[in-house]
Design a protein around this ligand. Structure first.
Ligand code: NAD
Length: 264
């Protein structure tokens, strides 16, 4: 095969539809010759993921809800059966109760705090542990984060706390797995209109604000995050681990943001 991902095979978790960041990454990898396995969360998503898998020439390895470890076991068993070993895993999964992505962080409930951390943070470590067993020759793990981990962003609340923990996990996992040649990185993506983002209040305002203030004067697309993701999963990034890489039109470097945007 040809392409930067020729001969590589990996599992991509988090495709909900064709606007998902995970889909952007899957497309970039498929275009470069990677073999791809996809999961879906529940029957409702299965119908949407099937045509996408077909388009990408990807395998579907089953339903996975990261709060149910048996479904993770099943998915990794299916991948092991399919390929024996793998080269990469993408974790593009997050969840928090919509109600709490509004109002004050201080009002976060114990139940939603735990659920948000389990789905958005622990699941990456849980996946990494399973991936390690299928990566005897090394590999690359990638997760998705957001600037709300570093700075307080309106409406991000408990998800910002979760992303901070996720970014710390990337560093701890990079050390734990580095000796086996397994690299662990995150992409900190700028805001994009996906299904997950629809739970965040005033999202159109956040997009406008980013457009106005980012050095590139625009927001980013799942295709752009997909290309950067492909770099992390390919050998081009073989010297890189423990990194949180911003694909956000440069928004994070701007210290003094202007407020007089014409449309804000
Ligand atoms: P999306 O809705 O397309 O993807 C989110 C995925 O998480 C879905 O496929 C959903 O099925 C999955 N998921 C949620 N709970 C799950 C569970 N219990 N078990 C298994 N899967 C579960 O949205 P997206 O924006 O592509 O999100 C992907 C990642 O990118 C998330 O981690 C998100 O926080 C991150 N991110 C998004 C943006 C943005 O603006 N859209 C910016 C930065 C980071």
């Amino acid at each position: 095969g040809q392409g930067l991902m020729a001969g590589k095979r990996g599992l991509i978790m988090g495709v909900a539809n064709n606007r998902s960041i995970a889909y952007g990454i899957a497309k970039a990898c498929a275009d470069q010759g990677a073999g791809i396995a996809l999961t879906y969360q529940g029957e409702a998503f299965k119908k949407r993921v099937e045509p996408l898998a077909q388009e990408l020439g990807a395998h579907i390895v089953g339903h996975c809800d990261v709060t149910d470890p048996a479904t993770l076991d099943d998915v990794f068993a299916a991948v092991a059966k399919l390929w024996g070993k793998i080269d990469f895993v993408v974790h593009a999964i997050a969840f928090s109760d919509k109600e709490e992505l509004d109002g004050r962080y201080v009002d976060t409930t114990r139940g939603n705090f735990q659920k948000t951390m389990e789905i958005s943070v622990f699941s990456f470590t849980d996946v990494a542990k399973r991936a390690e067993a299928l990566m005897p020759d090394g590999g690359s793990l990638l997760t998705l984060t957001y600037y709300g981990a570093e700075k307080v962003m309106p409406h991000y609340n408990v998800m910002g706390v979760a992303k901070a923990a996720l970014e710390a996990s990337v560093r701890y996992l990079a050390v734990d797995l580095g000796g086996k040649g397994i690299r662990v990185n995150a992409i900190s993506a700028g805001p994009m209109k996906t299904l997950a983002a629809s739970g965040i209040g005033d999202f159109r305002y956040i997009l406008k604000w980013n457009e106005y203030n980012a050095p590139l004067k625009r927001t980013v697309t799942p295709e752009e995050v997909g290309d950067a993701g492909m770099y992390f999963l390919s050998d081009l990034s073989r010297g890189v681990t423990g990194e949180v890489h911003h694909v956000d039109s440069g928004y994070h470097v701007v210290g003094m943001k202007a407020v007089d945007a014409p449309d804000i």
